[in-house]
Design a protein. Structure first.
Length: 340
């Protein structure tokens, strides 16, 4: 068993393994290496296990180093998942051991493995996030019937608002909605280049759906497509969209379109317990599944707490919400790339 660093010439072999590994996700695809390096300016270390010339496992990593937010090797920033995926326990353990050794060589505070399931390693975990997934299928009537009654009523109201919902191929137009939305939440916005790269790298597996009224964009979502699932991932909306349920229409049309396309899973992504997003997804009938983010502490003596629910960030969030939008778009990307 050998652990190797991914080269461009081997990306096809990496993705061939991801395509067949049951535990692999969209976030294990090799294209994320370019997105993270070029879109966020972070160095990556994509490791794969090889035996007899055959790929046996993959572990994507990026080095996130900031005076404000710490020094970490993360698998993988900007992604819900990204921990080691392997054909057997030996390959997984070899990959994780190599990641920890790399972390020590880089002098990081911790190595973070964003696992979907508990690896059984005994490493400390931080039960902060849950993901929300649900099977979808059947016809439109069956799909609607599977949504809780109160949310069905909201969807009907949204459908009656005369809103236009259609696909768009313009990441810059999407970015304007996204940037305003995250500023209003008190969060620095990711670099615009990251959103330009995503459709360029992933093609038809990255799509944008937009809701507008009289030509004015109100809400949009950038979704990923992997195997039989659609993953609405980045979303943005103007404040006035709430009263006309533009986002509800957006997710309903995305779900309806996925069923028409023959997809079988709607992956609503991750949310932090105790947040509005967490409650919103439950309102749609999705149940939380805890994510098992594990940490190998190297230079640090305790688990990191880079969490907007942390009281020490309360003042920063309140001030950020009051920033003029152009200012937040100017300085936000310099901070956000360390918050992936």
């Amino acid at each position: 068993m050998q652990i190797r660093s991914l080269e461009t010439a081997d990306e096809g072999r990496w993705d061939d393994f991801v395509a067949i590994a049951p535990a692999a996700t969209f976030f294990h695809r090799a294209g994320w290496r370019r997105v993270i390096e070029e879109g966020a300016g972070l160095p990556t270390h994509y490791l794969y296990a090889e035996e007899g010339g055959v790929v046996r496992g993959v572990l994507p990593l990026a080095h996130v180093h900031s005076r404000l937010f710490g020094n970490a090797l993360v698998s993988t920033p900007f992604c819900v998942e990204g921990g080691a995926v392997a054909a057997d326990a030996g390959a997984r353990l070899a990959l994780e051991a190599s990641a920890c050794e790399l972390g020590r060589d880089l002098g990081v505070d911790w190595v973070e493995f964003r696992n979907t399931a508990d690896s059984g390693s005994g490493r400390p975990q931080k039960p902060l996030y849950a993901r929300f997934r649900k099977a979808i299928g059947g016809d439109e009537a069956a799909l609607l019937a599977a949504i809780p009654r109160k949310q069905r009523a909201v969807i009907r109201k949204a459908e009656a608002m005369g809103l236009d919902c259609r696909a768009t191929a313009d990441p810059d137009r999407f970015y304007e909605l996204y940037a305003e939305s995250v500023r209003n939440l008190g969060t620095p916005v990711f670099p615009k280049g990251l959103f330009r790269l995503l459709p360029e790298v992933f093609g038809e597996d990255c799509r944008i759906l937009e809701v507008s009224r009289n030509g004015r964009p109100l809400a949009a979502v950038m979704s990923f497509y992997f195997r039989d699932a659609v993953l609405p991932y980045y979303a943005g909306a103007r404040p006035e969209s709430r009263e006309i349920h533009a986002q509800d229409l957006l997710y309903w049309r995305l779900m309806r379109g996925a069923v028409a396309e023959g997809l079988r899973c709607f992956d609503f992504g991750r949310s932090k317990a105790g947040t509005g997003a967490y409650a919103y997804k439950r309102h749609w009938g999705f149940e939380p599944e805890p994510l098992h983010y594990e940490y190998e502490l190297i230079g640090a003596s305790k688990l990191p707490d880079l969490n907007p629910l942390n009281p020490k960030y309360r003042l920063f969030i309140a001030l950020w919400k009051r920033l003029p939008l152009p200012v937040s778009k100017l300085i936000g990307p310099h901070l956000a790339r360390y918050l992936g």
